[in-house]
Design a protein around this ligand. Sequence first.
Ligand code: NAD
Length: 497
Amino acid sequence: MDHRSIFTPGSLLGIEPAHVIGGVRRTDGSGDPLPVINPATGTHVADVPTASAELVDEAVTLAVAVQRDWGRRSHTDRAKVLRRIHTLLGEHAEEIGRIVSVEQGKPFRDAVGEIGGAQNFFEFAISQQYRDIGEVVATEPDEQLTVREVPIGVIGAILPWNFPAAIFARKVAPALMAGNAIVVKPSEFTPLSAMALAELCRRAGLPDGLLSVVCGPGRETGAALVGHRDVGMITMTGSTRGGREIMSQAAEKLIPVSLELGGKAPFIVFPDANIEQAAKDAVEARLWNAGQVCTCNEITYVHEDVRDEFLARVTAHLAAITPRDPFDPDSTLGPLVAAREWAKVKSMVDTAVAQGATLAMGGDRPPGDEFAAGNWFAPTLLTDVASDMDITRAEVFGPVLSVTTFSTYDEVIERANSTPFGLAAYLYSGSLHTVMRALDDLEFGETYVNKAGPERPQGFHTGWKASGIGGDDGPHGYERYVRRKTAYVGYGPTYGG
Ligand code: NAD
């Protein structure tokens, strides 16, 4: 297949990868362009220019100018533009899905599903046109005291590569609805989806300059965006390392950040659980997007009494999954996003085995010529995993299901909470008492009980501890994109004319 066909003239991506600044496609770059590599084939897809600090400054300066008018428009007026973006997303779902699949590697069918997810973020943002935007507080006679929300101004959004379209929408939709302008820096691995989405927003009638896309490395282009004097808030999804660097740079300017970082979700199976459901979901929650989701099942804790039954069922579900070309309609497992991520996952599996884990399935590239190129990793099962192994502590972000056993409630809660991360957790039990106690005791921002994800746009996706600060989605996620203004209005007889 000719993957370059994603660059057809007249398509959302047009013929040339470019930054989008003030509605104009710009190919000026500083330094070496960044190659985009198809993770399924290892073939070169495009070279993307790197935005200099001057180009970032151009984007932010335009954003400041355009935001003033956008921020004054009514919520319903802004919602109309967002509604048109929502409609165009539906109309172009396959075209954008194709771009997502080619640069990120997920099965095309899932990539089209991701565009549906992107629409959901717009849908929720549109619903905020009717929100309460402030409070009137009891005060003295002849005085009105109001506290209302207003836009921040210009938002800087720094995106990861695992959901290049959905996370674009997750940040752009609430930022725009709240009256802000936004400058997006996509991941180095997946910049093409953001370019196509920016073009779609332009076609939907979003004023030029309100949304710009600048491409380049995090520590250069990303840092220029974070450090720009007129950027008033940073929202970022990515690694804990990147989040720390961004937060310390933002601290210099004293601007707020919302960081959604790595995870180490425990998947806990109590002995009274529906074991078949738990086994099926353990595999699904692990292999979704080839294991590259911050909420993935990173470490499965199964009670020792049900270990054998659980493992037999998990093995059957895992064995039924075979990697396939992302454009095969039956594909459910694609490659890892980059050779670097493949090497990291391989090294984590090898280290776990060296430290005493049992490799029950996979552990390497799947057999077959079709998987010789690209970043393919076979569905992998590690058993006899222990608390002191590296794989129990660090985020794997790959299709590696690690299973360990426990014997008591207190033990498993203590072990699950001992990770530095605190994003998602999974609980499987038929006992209301166990579930409710565990919901109280687990130190994670988001817990799934007797069901797998994903999260919903009206929830609150918030990481505790090393998983982040702030969060996305729902009314609490929307809050990150506003600040508050207090007014004391005197209207007694002695005031005014
Ligand atoms: P990363 O944090 O390096 O990159 C994420 C984004 O942040 C990219 O756009 C990058 O350019 C930018 N960035 C990085 N450092 C920056 C800085 N100092 N200033 C400004 N921007 C900066 O993550 P990665 O290298 O793409 O992935 C590494 C690991 O992070 C993965 O293996 C995985 O464990 C985790 N990760 C988590 C998620 C998630 O959904 N929470 C997403 C992607 C990666």
